[in-house]
Design a protein around this ligand. Structure first.
Ligand SMILES: Cc1ncc(C[n+]2csc(CCOP(=O)(O)OP(=O)(O)O)c2C)c(N)n1
Length: 300
């Protein structure tokens, strides 16, 4: 009889850190989308840790490509499937936030503009983990990385993260969404919905990096959940210009509950906590307002 792990489409034994949230996410992606997919993966931890020659953890067809062209390779695979008359296989392009927000963004924007038939998923671990934890444009305000240092004049990253879901949606693609590795039912629903649609679909998933953020891997899911509860990450989807908040963090939970558990925020003092809380509340107000204008019947 086969073991439970034999049924997983991402095999155990890859080289992700113990408790790695992005690795957990890959497993959820593969098991939710099923066997009829082709994965195109940009460089990054999720490529390095799953494909150490001569082994591979992938039990689905898999292509690694560069940051600059992974979305273009996915578009090409999609065009080839169409030419062969295959309209059932889902082309899934996976990249980290460095790949998605920064290094591969030009090709991704092109994919969106052409509305190519690809489900793009970003594992947002909020840094360039694979090269030693440099900041990306998804790194949150105030976080220390090797390129957003802390000293007498600097207090970590000086700018807020890019609103990548809104930037994706501004390309007028059919589906752009934000999910979290800790909210599995919501994530699964978004993956299934994205898979069932045609055209360019985008989902970014918060999957905090225990190595880069400085916390014990056993806390990955707890911290990912706290990010959503403290308004530092949101679960929402945008379709046809309308936004739906999938989880409403109505009761304000102090941002410190999330920040305190992580070394990258250990230097923060009260004025910066207040600034981060103000940013969190402003983002919540902005998204809630968009939600209420989009879905009036759901207004409470
Ligand atoms: C064009 C280019 N720039 C930089 C690199 C070096 N590099 C390799 S992995 C990596 C980090 C990528 O970060 P991200 O996409 O967030 O994935 P993660 O490592 O966090 O999994 C970088 C900068 C590269 N390989 N190619």
């Amino acid at each position: 009889m086969s073991k439970q792990s034999d049924l997983h489409l991402l095999a155990p034994g890859h080289a992700g850190c113990p408790g790695c949230a992005p690795s957990n996410l890959l497993l959820q992606i593969c098991n939710t989308l099923g066997k009829d997919i082709i994965v195109v993966n940009a460089t990054g931890c999720m490529e390095i840790t799953t494909t150490q020659f001569p082994q591979s953890a992938w039990r689905v067809p898999y292509i690694h490509s560069l940051f600059e062209n992974a979305p273009a390779v996915a578009s090409g695979v999609s065009a080839a499937l169409k030419a062969k008359g295959n309209n059932h296989t889902t082309v899934v392009c996976i990249g980290g936030d460095g790949s998605t927000y920064d290094i591969g963004f030009g090709a991704l924007s092109g994919l969106f503009e052409r509305n190519d038939d690809v489900l793009f998923i970003c594992y947002d671990n909020e840094n360039y983990a694979n090269t030693g934890v440099q900041k990306s444009s998804a790194t949150p305000f105030g976080a220390a990385t090797t390129t957003s240092q802390v000293g007498s004049k600097h207090h970590g990253k000086e700018r807020a993260r890019k609103p990548i879901v809104e930037i994706a949606a501004a390309h007028n693609i059919p589906f752009a969404a934000s999910a979290s590795v800790a909210f599995q039912a919501d994530l699964k629903a978004k993956l299934k919905k994205g898979q069932a649609m045609k055209g360019a679909r985008f989902i970014t998933v918060h999957a905090p990096c225990c190595l880069g953020a400085g916390f014990d891997g056993s806390l990955s899911i707890k911290l990912a959940r706290l990010a959503v509860q403290t308004r530092l990450w949101f679960l929402f989807e945008i379709e046809g210009g309308k936004l739906k908040l999938n989880f409403n963090p109505k009761v304000e939970k102090p941002v410190q509950e999330y920040l305190n558990g992580q070394k990258r925020f250990a230097h923060l003092l009260p004025p910066l906590f207040e600034e981060i809380q103000a940013q969190a509340n402003a983002n919540y107000a902005r998204l809630l307002d968009w939600h209420e204008r989009s879905v009036p019947a759901q207004k409470e």
